[in-house]
Design a protein around this ligand. Structure first.
Ligand code: ARG
Length: 274
């Protein structure tokens, strides 16, 4: 089913995934994930993507790097360039050389940001049309977002995030195509809300209860949207717009502050990214 133009995603099996530290409000070392269930949930997500014709590439899991599963944070990829993340928290910094090596082996131009600016890749930088929408404050620095946008000669719209629960842009914003996106307004400051409204013609607002299920952390493959269970309102809105939704349980990953989108990194351009 895969052709050379098949959507290509980077994932990392959850062999060593657990809650080893607490770097966001979802993580609590006393509330561990179930190992077996984590593997099943991850495999189901992979299966859905493969059934949609996607090609899945894998990073080899490493003991002691539990969050390596969240490959959205590996890098921001653009054409043949991979801007490798520089993690805000020391606990995740060991992932940087692992992801850099994967990209090198796969033939990418691997780029490290200058200085010490933190930047968490596609967790905080998402294309919608020609524009790079970029979240800052908790994990990525605004200077880093400007620097990356300058390198790729794209306009950047920096968006200040306001809620620790929605600490990465991909937890509260999800482009569907070049003129529509899903978002959770309370996760943005008022200027960022206005910027989103001014630049994206069709915005779908997510309800608080569904935002808490990480409704915005969805993977979009053409007309298909893959997301956590427990987001029926968003699913019906998407269906009304002609999308096919695929809800799959990802609760084990929610315990770490992640869901479908965090567990994947799109490697080739999607229609939302021109
Ligand atoms: N536990 C991880 C962290 O706090 C979750 C990362 C989720 N990734 C994402 N792209 N939102 O860094």
């Amino acid at each position: 089913m895969c052709s050379t133009s098949a959507p290509r995603f980077l994932m990392c099996p959850p062999d060593y995934f657990q809650i080893e530290y607490e770097i966001n409000p979802w993580m609590n070392k006393n509330v561990q994930n179930d190992r077996t269930n984590s593997v099943l949930q991850w495999q189901n997500l992979r299966k859905i993507l493969e059934e949609l014709g996607c090609k899945i590439e894998l990073v080899t899991p490493i003991k002691g790097l539990p969050d390596l599963v969240f490959t959205a944070n590996a890098a921001l990829v653009y054409e043949n360039k991979a801007f490798i993340s520089r993690f805000r928290h020391a606990a995740r910094q060991g992932e940087e050389p692992v992801f850099a090596e994967w990209f090198k082996q796969d033939g990418w131009e691997v780029i490290t940001l200058p200085g010490e600016m933190s930047f968490e890749g596609a967790g905080d930088a998402l294309f919608c049309g020609n524009t790079l929408f970029a979240g800052y404050i908790f994990r990525s620095e605004v200077n880093a977002l400007h620097w990356v946008a300058e390198q790729i000669e794209r306009r950047v719209i920096p968006l200040q995030l306001t809620s620790e629960q929605f600490y990465h842009l991909d937890t509260c914003f999800c482009p569907l195509n070049d003129e529509s996106a899903i978002y959770y307004p309370p996760a943005f400051d008022s200027y960022a809300q206005s910027a989103l409204q001014a630049h994206i013609p069709h915005l779908i607002e997510v309800e608080p209860a569904e935002a808490d299920r990480f409704a915005c952390n969805a993977v979009v493959v053409d007309q298909h949207v893959i997301l956590n269970t427990g987001c029926p309102i968003l699913e019906s809105q998407l269906k009304d717009l002609g999308y096919f939704t695929h809800a799959t349980p990802l609760d084990e990953f929610l315990k770490s502050g992640g869901s479908a989108k965090c567990l994947t990194l799109r490697l080739n351009p999607s229609p939302a990214h021109n």
